[in-house]
Design a protein around this ligand. Structure first.
Ligand code: GTP
Ligand code: MG
Length: 316
């Protein structure tokens, strides 16, 4: 952060030093980040009043360089670079308009055993396939927060695709995250690996478990949402820089409480929901079948796909 930007925040009319400090702590380090925020979000994240937030936003809008417009063909060109990663199931791929997209966060949420970790493992294998075969010909980074990464599963899935299991394992870079802070650090460190290897997929399984365990009680909500917000934006940046797909998993809450509200809702509230480009709700069905429902997408209809989980991995 340049000194100029910091000073800029402090000089906003109606923003005193204490508020400026809170804004910076919440991750609003530039005038632009303030200008584009909604008063309600800012009030939540920075733990300030909504009126003060609205004033800061209005002031920042006047002075921030909010960037220019670009023509549709430029946007189109960038979107043409978006890769699509096969999930192993044609039905799921077509639900996603071809597969898991790069430059985007895809969120898998559902109850225990619904297949989130299985899909993540499967994609860690398929990302290594050539583009013609539905892969991205790349390595993968896995941030494992629940100690559920199983190399044995990778071997089974690789063999099912006639791939060399040893080689496949050697292109999977796994790190256990011991707490939410560690998890956030690992997301930042992921860039170092991606500078050395052609990483085209970043998996965080699970995105929310540490946050959920560590931030208990209503008083910690703002802090938790702020950290999650920062983490999600770090992941999005990774996706943009390396043209990589980002897959995160998320549990559903089983009991209503201060954080999680509706028991069938994904954890992380509007922060996770709004930052994910694709959200898929998974539920168990009979005989190894799983139903995947696409909940939220910028350009695809809400729809469902049925997939199978078996020894070979994910299939139709
Ligand atoms: P949590 O992390 O607990 O929230 O669940 P999850 O959604 O990550 O579940 P996960 O992907 O780990 O799914 C586990 C389920 O996948 C098991 O209960 C099995 O039904 C299925 N599964 C996992 N491995 C195999 C396998 O080798 N063969 C078969 N047939 N099914 C498997
Ligand atoms: Mg899991």
């Amino acid at each position: 952060m340049s000194e100029e930007e910091e000073n800029g925040i402090e000089k906003l009319p109606g923003v005193g030093p204490a508020t400026a400090e809170k804004l910076k702590e919440a991750g609003y380090t530039t005038l632009l980040s303030i200008a584009v925020e909604s008063p309600r979000n800012m009030a939540d994240l920075a733990d300030i009043g909504e009126t003060i937030a609205a004033k800061a936003i209005a002031a920042a809008k006047k002075v921030a360089d909010v960037g220019g417009f670009e023509t549709g063909d430029v946007v189109m060109k960038r979107r043409e670079e978006i890769g699509k990663l096969t999930s192993g199931s044609k039905a799921l791929n077509s639900l996603l308009g071809g597969g898991f997209e790069t430059q985007a966060i895809s969120e898998l949420f559902g109850e225990f055993g619904s297949g989130k970790t299985q899909i993540a493992h499967q994609c860690a294998v398929t990302v290594q396939l050539s583009v013609e075969e539905g892969g991205l010909d790349g390595d993968v980074i896995i941030i494992d927060t629940e100690n559920t990464f199983r190399p044995e599963r990778i071997v089974q899935m690789a063999e099912a695709l006639d791939m060399d299991p040893k080689k496949v394992l050697s292109r999977i870079h796994v790190a256990r995250a011991f707490n939410s802070h560690h998890q956030m650090l690992l997301a930042e460190k992921a860039r170092e690996i991606a500078d050395e290897h052609n990483v085209r997929l970043l998996i965080v399984d699970s995105l929310t478990s540490h946050f959920r365990a560590e931030y208990v009680g209503r008083g910690t909500l703002a802090d938790r949402q702020q950290k999650l917000n920062k983490h999600m934006h770090e992941l999005l940046r990774f996706g943009d820089i390396y043209n990589a797909a980002i897959i995160v998993t998320n549990q559903v809450s089983t009991k209503p409480d201060a954080f999680f509200g509706d028991p069938t809702r994904a954890i992380g509230g509007h922060i996770v929901g709004h930052t994910s480009t694709f959200r898929m709700y998974l539920r168990k069905s009979k005989g190894g079948k799983r139903i995947v429902r696409l909940i939220d997408s910028p350009n695809l209809p809400e729809a469902e796909a049925v997939i199978m989980v078996d020894e070979c991995g994910i299939r139709d």
